[in-house]
Design a protein around this ligand. Sequence first.
Ligand code: GLV
Length: 338
Amino acid sequence: MVIYMPKPKIYVTREIPERGLNKIKKYFDTEVWPEYAPPPKPVIIEKAKNVDALATLLSDKIDAEVFDAAPKLKIVAQMAVGFDNINIPEATKRGIYVTNTPEVLTDTTADFAWALLMAVARRVVEADKYVRTGQWKVSWHPTMMQGRDVHHATIGVVGAGRIGYAVAKRAKGFDMKILYYDVIPRPEMEKDLGAKRVDLDTLLKESDFVSLHVPLMKETYHLINAEKLKLMKKTAYLINNARGPVVDEKALYQALKEGRIAGAGLDVFEQEPTPVDNPLLKLDNVVVAPHISSASYETRSQMAEMVADNLIAFFEGKKPPNLVNPDVMKVRPLSKLF
Ligand code: GLV
């Protein structure tokens, strides 16, 4: 294996799972931020000054300020499928390659959307609290803890990429009617799963469960706002394990508080960590999690290894397998880099 000599320098912004970190340490002159919380921005800027590569997480803001401080920086390898924390046009302009970790987390993330969906529809978290806090005083009652059926209901998948498809595939097993909204048609959704492509308003009006799987971009910021929430059924649930800012949280709170929708399952928030006084946390019909949809041991290990593999390929002079800004190859071709 020919690798760029001397050993490229890398700053890794967290202790990523060892399957990836050990591989990185083998090939690179590696420094790792040792704390559980993210490094403050001035630390990233300071560290970026002398490195050839950064390995980042979605909580690290990697923008023009970081790039300006980093004359040797050639690649940012992110351990996540989403990369809205990285300013891609600024990276591309400067000839900096950016990679992500798609696919390995698709099923794990879809499973978690389902965990939220089932939990909120069948009141799993409320029921757990009910038992633990001694409220269960009558052995069985016909109206105790009634929720909503998932099977044979209609699910509306917003964003039918890899994760949206995997969520819809699971819905088929529950005999659900599947609607989807995407800016481009996804024939495999229709062919494999019998899903129907509709516009967003129709999806919101007709679905019992609305599950969000779009990336965060200008076009998807507050895609689900007060006006859109008004279209949903009173008995419908909103599931978001995409990105917090896709939903206007204040409008969601109002809709839930006024009983205009039935509940929500949220793994992501407009601000993360979400403040403990976020009013959404006071509502029993909201199930929450701390952005952990891809957090299985297997998947997180694979994601870390993909970070290492993207970096190694790049420093061997090859196109990294998960390059998200291919235009960068025109700005700074690999042949000019090494
Ligand atoms: C997690 O949110 C990811 O983008 O991988």
